[in-house]
Design a protein around this ligand. Structure first.
Ligand code: ATP
Length: 625
């Protein structure tokens, strides 16, 4: 039994590996074996399927022929295998007809708009532009509007409603909006529109006579995979506009990327290291940068990246703040990082959409007390129950976060040994392996991805229905980003965390986060929070505030004047139309009047989409408890 509601835990002895057999495999003779058609290192192993997965008809490359020691079977819910997958997991072919775009009807357009009604929005700074209710209201230009329609984006999400007019008005922006709420388009659209309006796209090459590429826009992101993803999004949005989009990231030969640059680039998406390499090789100049966007900006400015970012932005000839426009986006924004970021901004507007730094209510969060030694057992049970609940033909993907790279590898092989189609991604893998792992996860060939924090931020993989924090992160902000891989674009998701004594420093911030997202907090966790002195790491504690780094830090320090507004509703223009000047100073809190979060009507959506019978708002997912 696992203690989930009291401090008294029954210590379990670790099952011996040689004798332990998970429940679904105890009668192994009855199940067919499976060989993955992909050329994985673990392909040579024979995988066994849980009963609910293994009875599919033979398919794919192994179909009817058998490979290795057994016949090849594909699980019933596996999508078709692509024999020649593109090396880039996010790559899409040029034609929109072939893109993985959202489905036809408005209801299925990827966004459950009702969940965004009444979402609280707060902006501060001077002369804040009004938000837009529709894409048509904003003069984005025909080419971009056509692509928005091609993507079947019917309405702007709240962050897009507010952020796009701010950038279109030429202002700098620091925007904080929940995971999966459409921040990528919020910075891509005004960049593309601005380039189309104010720059001579197509009339000349942005490569000068000495062969140095000079992009107009630079989008920086912390991971290679995220850069690839943003690159593909930007390509979709600028389809047939003449705008050239390129990507630069490490771990792959630089020559191919340089070759692309030589053909000219208007928008460059990059990770900082590879970008600096290109500049130092005199293949790239930042002199013409008009737009600079930092995605996952708090990560980009924390200790891991700050030095590199400062070098890129301040020492490589990029126009200064005020000349270029700078946009910083994230779901979390600790005060100290906001303070750092002011070096890069000029008279900026701070925007928070939703209760910022918190997780969305679309994610049902469940925390279980599990001792380290019991974690594998508990995980196995979770996965077995989950596969028993899966709907045939529906792809449900599970993302498991572990602390270390070695832990990820060991978890991957343990899961494979036990019949689960798992793969792993972490920073020690070669880039090709990382991409292959992500592709096989995305396509459902391997519906379980074991990951370190390299996959915690920004990745938008449809159908991730369950995020399991096998090891909790050290910082609550990382938890927010990790669980944000599910519950995206208005869809619901489930997040399970295994909590043990060594995570006690997270208890307070976890409780606070869960309460804000209207989640049921287990009593034992509340007890932990009450007795714990720390607050989820220095980044998480916000004195006097109930939110996790989602406020304009200028309010506290009175660094800037100006007006601000808040909107109590996505559709409520009255509140927005009258800028709210707080009674006793420009940055006093006016959050108290904020409306309660709407309870998202996502139960049927979840069940309809993935067959998960869980009830949003309760911690328990159907029979999963
Ligand atoms: N207006 C829209 N209508 C429909 N779908 C949208 C719209 N805007 C964005 N999306 C979809 O929502 C999903 C999430 O968007 P995106 O990845 O930009 O979120 P995000 O806020 O950047 O998340 P994260 O904080 O995790 O990086 C994507 O699949 C995107 O295509």
């Amino acid at each position: 039994m696992y203690a989930t509601d009291s401090y008294s835990h029954t210590r379990r002895t670790r099952p011996s590996r040689s004798t332990y057999l998970p429940p679904h495999l105890r009668n192994t003779n009855t199940h067919p074996t499976f060989s993955d058609p992909n050329s994985y290192a673990s392909d040579s192993q024979t995988h066994r399927f849980p009963p609910s997965r293994g009875r599919g008809t033979p398919r794919g490359r192994g179909s009817g022929r058998g490979r290795g020691r057994g016949r090849s079977y594909a699980p019933r819910n596996r999508p078709a295998f692509h024999p020649n997958p593109d090396p880039n997991p996010f790559d899409v072919i040029e034609k929109f007809d072939d893109l993985e775009i959202l489905s036809d009807s408005d209801e299925k357009s990827g966004i459950n708009y009702e969940v965004y009604d009444d979402i609280p929005v707060e902006a501060s700074g001077s002369d804040i532009p009004e938000p837009a209710n529709s894409f048509n209201e904003i003069d984005l230009g025909k080419g971009l509007n056509d692509n928005i329609r091609r993507c079947k984006y019917v309405k702007p999400t709240p962050v897009q409603r507010y952020a796009i007019p701010v950038v279109m008005a030429g202002r700098d922006l620091m925007a904080c909006a929940q995971t999966g709420s459409g921040k990528t388009a919020a910075f891509c659209f005004p960049i593309i529109s601005g380039i189309l309006k104010h720059h001579n796209v197509g009339s000349g090459s942005p490569v000068n006579h000495s062969g140095v590429a000079s992009p107009i826009a630079l989008i920086l992101s912390p991971t290679r995979e995220l850069s690839c993803q943003i690159h593909e999004e930007a390509r979709k949005f600028s389809y047939e506009t003449g705008i050239k989009v390129a990507v630069a990231y490490g771990g792959t030969p630089i020559t191919h990327q340089l070759h692309k640059l030589e053909k000219g680039v208007d928008i460059l998406v990059a990770t900082p290291g590879r970008l600096l390499d290109m500049i130092e090789r005199a293949k790239l100049s930042l002199k013409k940068i008009k737009y600079l966007a930092l995605d996952e900006a708090d990560r980009m400015l924390d200790m891991g990246f700050e030095r590199q970012i400062r070098k890129v932005v301040e020492q490589m000839g990029m126009p200064p703040p005020g000349v270029r426009q700078t946009m910083l986006f994230s779901a979390t924004f600790p005060n100290e990082i906001q303070r750092l970021a002011t070096d890069f901004l000029s008279n900026y507007i701070f925007l928070t959409v939703g209760k910022v730094g918190s997780s969305t209510e679309l994610i049902a969060q469940r925390v279980e007390y599990v001792q380290d030694m019991d974690k594998r057992d508990r995980l196995m049970n979770l996965l077995v129950e989950q596969s028993a609940n899966e709907n045939n033909g529906k792809r449900a993907l599970t993302l498991i976060f572990v602390e270390t790279k070695r832990g990820a590898d060991s978890m991957e092989s343990w899961l494979c040994r036990n019949g689960f189609l798992a793969t792993a991604i972490h920073g020690d893998k070669a880039q090709m392996e990382r991409e292959r792992a992500l592709r096989s996860f995305k396509t459902g060939v391997r519906p379980i991805l074991v990951a370190t924090d390299v996959a915690a931020r920004g990745l938008d993989v449809p159908h991730v229905t369950h995020v399991i924090n096998y090891d909790l992160p050290k910082d609550i902000d990382d938890y927010v980003h990790r669980i944000g891989r599910t519950g995206r674009a208005g869809k619901s998701g489930l997040a399970t965390a295994f909590f043990c004594d060594k995570n006690s420093h997270l208890a307070k911030s976890l409780v606070q986060l869960m309460q804000e997202a209207k989640q049921q907090v287990p009593p034992w966790l509340t007890q932990y929070a009450e007795t714990s002195s720390s607050y989820g790491g220095a980044r998480a504690y916000r004195p006097g505030g109930s939110k996790f780094g989602g406020h304009d830090f200028r309010k506290a320090t009175n660094m800037s004047g100006g007006n601000h507004y808040y909107s109590s509703g996505y559709t409520n223009q009255v509140a927005f139309g009258e800028p709210c000047i707080a009674p006793s100073g420009p940055f006093n809190s006016f959050y108290s009047g904020e409306p309660a979060y709407p309870v998202a009507s996502v139960d049927s959506y979840a069940a309809g989409a993935y067959g998960y019978p869980y009830n949003h708002g309760s911690l328990v997912a159907g029979t999963w408890n």
